[in-house]
Design a binder for this molecule. Structure first.
Ligand SMILES: C=C(O[C@@H]1C=C(C(=O)O)C=C[C@H]1O)C(=O)O
Length: 357
């Protein structure tokens, strides 16, 4: 077949796709009307995951799993926009890893609110300025993001979904040579994640490391100063037009960050692949066996714990603490229900959502 003939066929298929996509949108609109009548939530991450899984199982063509995901996540985002346009807040500025994470779920067409701090993302969802908020919660090299975990305890928001992103850092600067660099800007966590590279190439007695709110803010600052550098994502290097001196400078090439999508009064339908996150404010945490007995309840019921972190309660001068706990399953599972009931008043449910790891 010649080029023209092949392209004719492509055109025919695109025409069919357009008709089908519009048919899909008609149905989505009906779903939207039903949801509005029932005052139920528009975003159903568990339903989207179910569709993806079904299509990936069904697929026997050239499309890879991630290609199907990329296409469909955009279709879902456009669909939701038709049901009810919903603003999504994320920890900015533009070009941050959180921006990348937000776009991967809410699409390129979404309406975004770029906010300067994790707290302001929580606030915007709490006050309804945004329907959803995207924040980082942990990195597999660095552990949890304390601000996010503390705010999950403080605020009354829920986790609608989680997602994972591979993180790569670049060193950017307008300096001609490394020895001209006097200042390096980045986010504190990024400095730690690139510590091996920094030790090898820079003398901390000569170069000043200045932590700022985000890696993209770091790139913007460095773009305006000829003897400064920044550690940032390649997307913010591109957005600020600052030259990349080194790529992939992170300590581990297995560097992944987990993000949470936060909603208000949000509850997913249970699936068979859920994870649940809670805050445990156990009484008398300094007494022997309190944590042991709590964990034993999970073990006795065969519930797989995936995370436990302790955080200071900041209650006067004492050394009390509370726990950020995650485990497999949905809060409506009878075994999990039992534990929640047993500790009523001491456990705060933050969400049950499809497990992505
Ligand atoms: C159409 C719906 O609303 C949203 C859009 C979806 C879609 O495009 O398939 C799926 C789930 C929801 O996030 C639905 O709930 O079925």
């Amino acid at each position: 077949m010649d080029l023209k003939a092949i392209r004719n066929q492509i055109d025919t298929i695109d025409n069919e796709l357009l008709v089908l996509l519009n048919k899909r949108m008609e149905l989505v609109k009906q779903v939207g009307s039903l949801k509005r009548a029932e005052k139920s939530v528009i975003y159903r991450p568990e339903r989207e995951q179910e569709i993806l899984r079904r299509l990936e199982d069904l697929n026997d063509g050239l499309l890879t799993k991630s290609a199907i995901e990329a296409i469909y996540l955009e279709i879902f985002a456009v669909s939701r926009n038709l049901e009810l346009p919903q603003r999504v807040a994320f920890l900015g500025p533009e070009g941050s890893f959180t921006h990348q994470a937000a776009e991967s779920r809410f699409g390129g067409m979404g309406e975004y609110l770029v906010l300067p701090t994790i707290r302001s993302v929580f606030d915007s969802v709490e006050t309804g300025r945004a329907a959803f908020g995207v924040v980082p919660v942990e990195n597999n090299q660095e552990g949890i993001v304390p601000e996010t975990v503390d705010l999950l305890r403080e605020k009354e928001l829920q986790i609608a979904a989680e997602l994972y992103l591979s993180i790569h850092f670049t060193l950017v600067s307008k300096a001609d040579s490394l020895k001209d660099i006097k200042v390096i800007y980045s986010k504190d966590i990024a400095f730690r994640q690139c510590s091996v590279f920094l030790r090898e190439y820079f003398d901390e007695n000569v170069v000043e490391f200045i932590p700022v709110d985000s890696t993209s803010k770091a790139a913007k600052l460095a773009a305006g100063e000829p003897t400064s550098a920044a550690i940032c994502s390649s997307i913010s290097a591109k957005l600020t037009g600052i030259p990349v001196l080194f790529d992939n400078i992170e300590n581990s090439d297995q560097n992944r960050t987990r993000f949470l999508i936060l909603g208000k009064d949000f509850k997913n339908q249970p699936t068979s692949r859920d994870k649940t996150t809670i805050i445990a404010n156990l009484p008398h945490t300094n007494s022997p066996g309190v944590l042991f007995r709590f964990l034993k309840e999970f073990n006795d019921r065969g519930i797989n714990l995936t995370k436990i972190e302790s955080r200071p309660s900041r209650n006067g001068s004492d050394f009390g603490f509370w726990f950020f706990v995650e485990f497999e399953g949905n809060s409506s599972d009878p075994a999990i229900r039992q534990i929640m009931d047993m500790h009523e008043g001491h456990l705060k449910w933050l969400g049950s959502y499809v497990r992505m790891s």
